[in-house]
Ligand binder design. Structure first.
Ligand code: SF4
Length: 476
């Protein structure tokens, strides 16, 4: 073993530092956790058990439990059983808790019973970032990502999935019945053995079919025609891969320092209805009057963009191309120029499309425009297969036009969005590991997400400013 770095003998006696404090350096992030929790008013935040009970066994102060959790999420130790073990052997955690080591049930119960208060703690850290002037630019990127729930794909049912499963079972039963007929033609001893085996398989399949029929009754009663057996709030959602059963986590991330200023856990698989609520939440959390929000085309919804405009939030969302004319290589709506003064459109052939009538479609008030000269037009083949090209305009379309013009002048916003928002999701998912959430139902999952967001933001601010500056700001 010569020429290698040598370790000490296990039997040798040492003069180790006597105080736990000597093992924790002045800039260790565990000190930030300690100061952060010490400065919180846990009673005001709604934590249970801040005042000790007059009778019974003394309980752990919520401060200790909260410190354990924040430390755990900062160090990728999210499960209560692993936290219990770490509290017994991890010097940093011993320092943090004063060598208290609650059992895993106590640790898990704290997270379960104090969900709302824990979510407020996450918000308190955003307030601190605001105090540190980290949101000076007031631009956020909004995005959503699908996180896996504690619910296996096979324990989530939609009508289509159920139908497919029932069909598979029926065809398996038919196959086994056929195999039984074939077995009957074999020698009696072989036939008997095979028949018994096949009968068992058929009985198991019939049992499965019976439970699927029960699920069908529940499914028909469910408002969104979908049920998940392990986590009732989890929903089947499309992803770029094979899809997940889980939650759609929405975040608003500030573009300068990449801090998550607002987040929300939803079980709605699509992002289209989230823009205004997330932008408003981000503005409140950041404590600013004016906010700019940028999102991908999955968020393009006229009503949501209008809601942001009315709230004074400037948004950048690229338009989704859903026009069948464009898909068929004909002129798209963008080829028709609107003139607000005359309330007319000018088409690529230079003809005027005048206002004809207004109608309400899917809750939107639309005006319809067309020209009377389409039949004689030389460009008609590139424009419409019908008698004339009709153009529809929403009553608030000026808001969408204004946003498109903004986007045309600032194409870099989309790059900024991509650079900003995808990083936090990637990091948090890497911390979570293969199984994303550990708890069930939307309330508890939201608490878990808040702890992840808090850990992410804390790590980021420590990296930006250093532990000592962060502690100083916390104490101020
Ligand atoms: S078909 Fe009608 S709307 Fe289209 S380019 Fe010709 S005149 Fe204009």
């Amino acid at each position: 073993m010569k020429r290698f770095v040598q370790g000490d003998s296990r039997t040798q006696s040492f003069l180790l530092p006597e105080a736990l404090d000597d093992y924790v350096t002045d800039t260790n992030p565990v000190r930030v956790v300690d100061v952060f929790v010490d400065e919180l008013d846990l009673q005001k935040l709604g934590f249970e058990g801040v005042e000790p009970a007059l009778t019974g066994r003394p309980s752990y102060h919520p401060e200790v439990m909260l410190k354990i959790y924040i430390y755990g999420y900062l160090n990728r130790i999210q499960s209560s059983r692993r936290l219990e073990r770490e509290a017994q052997r991890n010097v940093e955690l011993m320092w943090l808790t004063g060598r208290l080591a609650p059992d895993f049930k106590t640790i898990a119960r704290f997270r379960k019973d104090n969900g709302k208060a824990i979510r407020s703690v996450c918000r308190q850290f955003v307030v601190l970032c605001q105090r540190l002037d980290l949101f000076a630019e007031a631009i956020v990127a909004i995005d959503g990502s699908k996180f896996k729930a504690v619910n296996h794909r096979d324990r989530n049912f939609t009508s289509a999935k159920l139908e497919r499963r029932m069909r598979d079972i029926e065809s398996s039963i038919a196959r086994y019945l056929e195999a039984m007929d074939t077995a009957d033609r074999q020698e009696p001893t072989i036939a008997k053995a095979r028949t018994v085996r096949l009968q068992d398989k058929i009985a198991a399949l019939k049992e499965q079919m019976r439970s699927l029929k029960e699920i069908e009754v529940q499914l028909n009663a469910a408002p969104d025609k979908q049920i998940s057996l392990t986590d009732p709030d989890a929903r089947s959602m499309k992803t770029r891969g094979t899809g997940v059963v889980g939650y759609n986590v929405q975040t608003a991330v500030d573009t300068k320092h990449h801090l998550i200023v607002a987040h929300a856990v939803t079980n709605d698989g699509i992002d289209r209805d989230q823009l205004a609520s997330m932008a408003k939440l981000a503005r409140t959390e950041m404590g600013v009057d004016k906010l700019t929000a940028v999102a991908d085309r999955g968020y393009y919804k006229s009503e949501e963009i209008l809601a942001c405009h009315e709230a004074g939030i400037t948004v950048f969302v690229p338009k989704t191309v859903t026009s069948s004319a464009t898909a068929h290589g004909r002129f798209g709506k963008e080829d028709f120029i609107y003139d607000a003064k005359t309330n007319e459109y000018r088409c690529p052939a230079g003809e005027r499309l005048i206002w004809r009538f207004s109608t309400v479609e899917r809750g939107l008030k639309l005006s319809k425009y067309w020209s009377s000269n389409c039949q004689q037009c030389s460009l008609k083949g590139d424009c419409t297969p019908g008698p004339q090209r009709r153009v529809a305009r929403w009553e608030h379309e000026a808001v969408l036009d204004e946003m498109q013009a903004r986007l045309d002048h600032a194409p870099e916003m989309m790059r900024i969005r991509r650079q900003t928002v995808e990083h936090p999701f990637g990091t948090i998912k890497a911390w979570m590991g293969a199984t994303h959430f550990l708890t069930r139902t939307i309330g508890r999952v939201s608490t878990e997400m808040s702890l992840h967001v808090l850990a992410y933001n804390m790590k980021r601010v420590i990296k930006l400013l250093g532990s000592e500056a962060v502690m100083k700001a916390m104490r101020a």
